[in-house]
Write a protein that binds this ligand. Structure first.
Ligand code: VGL
Ligand code: ZN
Length: 205
């Protein structure tokens, strides 16, 4: 177990499971895969999408708008999502089946009403930091493996920001599932490849 490597488990929450607020097809299928690989990592960090009910990313907070519409915010384009992962609700809870008791940190993100955050590192305004890069650096962690939901949003943005912050980053593809909104999955893999993000399957760990 490499002390300089961590597994980042992104948003494995009921909100992204079938039946959740923003369901991702097959989202529940990754739980056993993550449970298989997590014991191989000395360092595990979880993220948790954690929105106030009046969050700017919820279509319900924009009269006349529908989920999956896009709007312009001061920081750029924002997809409007169905209400999901509201702080303190079951939808925001981590999946009970996750066996990651040795995880050391849970980074909550998207908790500011006016800023969304797909990335575990930097919020959607591309300025506000979550503190994760400094935490990993302080702990001597240089290499990240990523898994979770959704491949094309929170996993991809986290992997890209990990690279931008100087970490090695590899996505475990069968331990992720995608939303795939208008080609977003193909675009995410292309952007990640261009940024030097690796891509492996869980049986290669
Ligand atoms: C996510 C959209 C909105 C994700 C979170 O976890 O990928 N996507 N909030
Ligand atoms: Zn969200």
């Amino acid at each position: 177990m490499n002390p300089h490597t961590a597994l980042l488990v992104v948003d494995v929450q009921y909100g992204f499971m079938p039946g959740g607020g923003l369901p991702v097809a097959g989202g529940d299928a990754i739980v056993p895969v993550i449970n298989r690989i997590a014991p191989r990592f000395a360092n595990v960090v979880l993220t948790q999408d954690w929105h106030p009910a009046d969050h700017v990313s919820f279509a319900a907070n924009h009269p006349g708008r529908q989920p999956f519409d896009s709007i312009r915010l001061p920081y750029g384009e924002q997809v409007l999502w169905p209400t999901h992962c509201v702080q303190g609700t079951r939808d925001a809870a981590l999946h009970d089946g996750l066996r990651v008791d040795h995880a050391q940190l849970i980074i909550r993100k998207g908790f500011r009403r006016e800023i969304d955050s797909y990335s575990a590192f930097v919020e959607a305004d591309r300025r506000t930091t979550t503190g994760l890069a400094a935490y990993l650096q302080a702990r001597g962690i240089r290499r990240l493996f990523l898994c979770g939901l959704a491949t094309d949003y929170c996993v991809a943005w986290s992997a890209l920001d990990a690279r931008a912050a100087g970490f090695s980053a590899t996505v475990i593809e069968d331990a992720c599932r995608a939303i795939d909104l208008e080609g977003s999955l193909a675009r995410a893999w292309a952007d990640m490849a261009a940024a030097g993000v690796g891509r492996i399957r869980s049986d290669q760990i």
